[in-house]
Structure formats: C-alpha cells, structure tokens
Design a binder for this molecule. Structure first.
Ligand SMILES: Cc1ncc(C[n+]2csc(CCOP(=O)(O)OP(=O)(O)O)c2C)c(N)n1
Ligand code: SF4
Ligand SMILES: [Mg+2]
Length: 312
C-alpha cells in the first residue's frame, strides 16, 4: 500500500493543470488529476466528446500537460488500440526509447462508454488490446445539458427523464469482466489512495485494463459544489457504490468497501438520495427498489467471495 508520504511527494507533480474550465467541485477533474499522478507523463490520452473533451480545449485554459487526442464519440477504444500498436511498432524500430514506456489511455464519460462507445470498448476488450480504458461516471450526458445515459441510476431526474428514470444503472464493470480481460476495477474520487494504487497497478499490466470511477457532478446531481467528496463517500458508505478489482479473473473487495459487507454497517440509502435534487421526485416505492437493488448487488459480491474461498 502506498504511504501517505509517497502520495504527498507524488501529489506535487501536476499533469492536469489548475485554472481549467470545469465547474467548481467537478468530480471528473479530481479523477483525472489523481489518475495522471499515478500514470505519469508518458501517457497519451484519447477523449471522446464529453465534459473532459470540452474543458481541455478552451485556449488559453488548456489543462493537459501530456499528449491528448480528441476523438469521435464511438471510436475512442479503437483509436487507443491503434495508438498502442503504433507505440509497439516504434519501439521495434527505435528500441529503448520512450515508445516502449507509453501508456495508451482512454478517458471517457458514461455516455461515451456505456452507450455510444460500448461496441468499440467490447472489441478492444475481446482483442485484449494493450490499452487502459477509464470511464468517469457522472451518471448522465452532462456536457449537453443532463440527458439520461444507461448509467443514470433509478429515480434520477434528467432533462430526458423529467419524472425520474425507471431503469437501473447498467453494470458496465461486470460486462467488461465477462470479456475475461487482465484487469477491471471500480474507484471513487473520494478515495484517492485506493484510486492511485489501482492506476499504478493497471499501468504495469499488459493487455486490456478497465477502470470505472464514480465522479459526482454538482450541477448535474443537484448538490453544493463543496460536497463532492462527501457525496462520493456516501455512495460507498451506503453500499451503493462498491469498490473492488478483478485481476486475471480473481475478485477482490477493496479496503474502503470491506466493512460494508456487513449490512448493519451501511448508512441508510436515504442519506445519499435526499441531498441530491435529482432524486426529489423519488417515491416510497422507488426507495424500496433502491434498497432491494443494493441488497442484490451485495449478494453478488458475497457469491464472488464464496467462490474464491471454495477455489482455494
Ligand atoms: C456522434 C455524436 N453525438 C452526439 C454528440 C454530442 N455530445 C457531445 S458531449 C455529449 C455528452 C457526453 O456524455 P458523457 O459521455 O456522459 O460525458 P459527460 O458530458 O457527462 O462528461 C454529447 C451527447 C457528439 N459530439 N457526437
Ligand atoms: S457538468 Fe459536471 S462533469 Fe461536467 S464539468 Fe461540470 S461538474 Fe464536471
Ligand atoms: Mg456523463
């Protein structure tokens, strides 16, 4: 585990620069900032249309201090796969130079991942392309004015679900796990040490890696901008957002989520829902559905842990 000292040392180096045009309290900004601290400057990032793709592009406020490619919505995983192949070819031609050390990274929103980019993502995962694909999940198409995505949770109001979304969130990390790739992890911006360690690990793994980060969005979710970190913590402490990793098929519950295996340790989900304006039309029935959904998600985790125990 990384020490606080190492993290403080690392945190002096900024690759995603301040003064960019993200909203105050943006979860995406924290996600990318911490991810880049772990990945370092030998990283080339591919971004499809999203808040990220917009906030980095407004000169003179361009924020990435590393190579950055804007890409058409559906093509980011394919573009990053091509980039990774190009780095390999360059390494063969000029061995020992920077090319062999480059990380080919996608940093995409939930719309660009769970809806529009899923075929490219699935193709790259199936080919085991040597890329790191990251989904920062703010649970809607924020950049274009808060439309629902398949990652928007049940009951959330968006401009296209004015009475609250009926369906539950698509479980994208589980879908990627089903591709049998070397590494899949979930993260949350409120747990930077956990996030940092997962990116450090992912950086050194060959083949397809996927990290899904919960990234609260103050204007999109309807909470005060100073509460972003609190919001991510509540997501984990209520048991809604579960932190785990699957490395070569082996499931591991991450430290911040371990104690919530015990349901009595979880905070009531109401504490998470009632401070976000997007849930202010959620009914009693909707609340019970949320509680059931969380219970079922943890049943799945228990099964994974049982299977792991049995296979020892
Ligand atoms: C093919 C295509 N369709 C639609 C758009 C418009 N568009 C730009 S950003 C965006 C929202 C992306 O949502 P998400 O991936 O969740 O990222 P976020 O904005 O939430 O950061 C949309 C629909 C586009 N640029 N290209
Ligand atoms: S809308 Fe949300 S995700 Fe987009 S820049 Fe603002 S806070 Fe960040
Ligand atoms: Mg989004």
């Amino acid at each position: 585990m990384v020490s606080l000292k190492e993290l403080q040392e690392t945190s002096r180096e900024e690759l995603f620069l301040a003064g960019n045009s993200t909203c105050a309290g943006c979860g995406l900004e924290l996600a990318l900032r911490w991810a880049m601290k772990a990945l370092g400057p030998k990283t080339a990032l591919v971004a499809p249309a999203s808040c990220l793709n917009v906030v980095v592009g407004l000169w003179p406020k361009t924020a990435p201090n590393f190579p950055f490619i804007n890409m058409a919505f559906a093509a980011s995983a394919a573009a990053a796969s091509g980039l990774s192949a190009a780095f390999k070819a360059k390494e063969c031609k000029f061995p020992g130079k920077v090319w062999g050390k480059m990380t080919s990274l996608v940093f995409a929103g939930d719309g660009g991942t769970t809806d529009i980019g899923i075929q490219g993502l699935s193709g790259a995962a199936e080919r085991n392309s040597n890329i790191l694909y990251v989904c920062y999940d703010n649970e809607a198409y924020m950049n274009t004015g808060i439309q629902r995505s398949s990652s928007t949770p049940h009951g959330a109001r968006t401009t296209t679900t004015p009475f609250g979304k009926q369906r539950f969130k698509k479980d994208l990390p589980a879908i990627v796990v089903a591709h049998n790739v070397p590494y899949v992890a979930t993260c949350c911006i409120s747990y930077p040490i956990d996030l940092y360690e997962k990116f450090k690990k992912a950086k050194d793994i060959q083949g397809f890696r996927y990290i899904h980060i919960l990234a609260p969005c103050p204007p999109g979710w309807g909470f005060a901008s100073e509460d972003t970190v609190k919001m991510g913590k509540l997501a984990v402490e209520t048991g809604f957002w579960i932190l785990y990793e699957v490395e070569n098929g082996e499931f591991k519950l991450s430290k911040p989520s371990k104690k919530y295996l015990d349901p009595s340790k979880r905070r009531p989900i109401q504490e998470y829902l009632e401070i976000q304006k997007r849930f202010n039309t959620l009914s009693e029935v909707g609340l019970v559905k949320w509680q059931e959904n969380i219970k079922n998600a943890w049943k799945y985790i228990e099964l994974e842990l049982e299977l792991k125990e049995k296979s020892k």
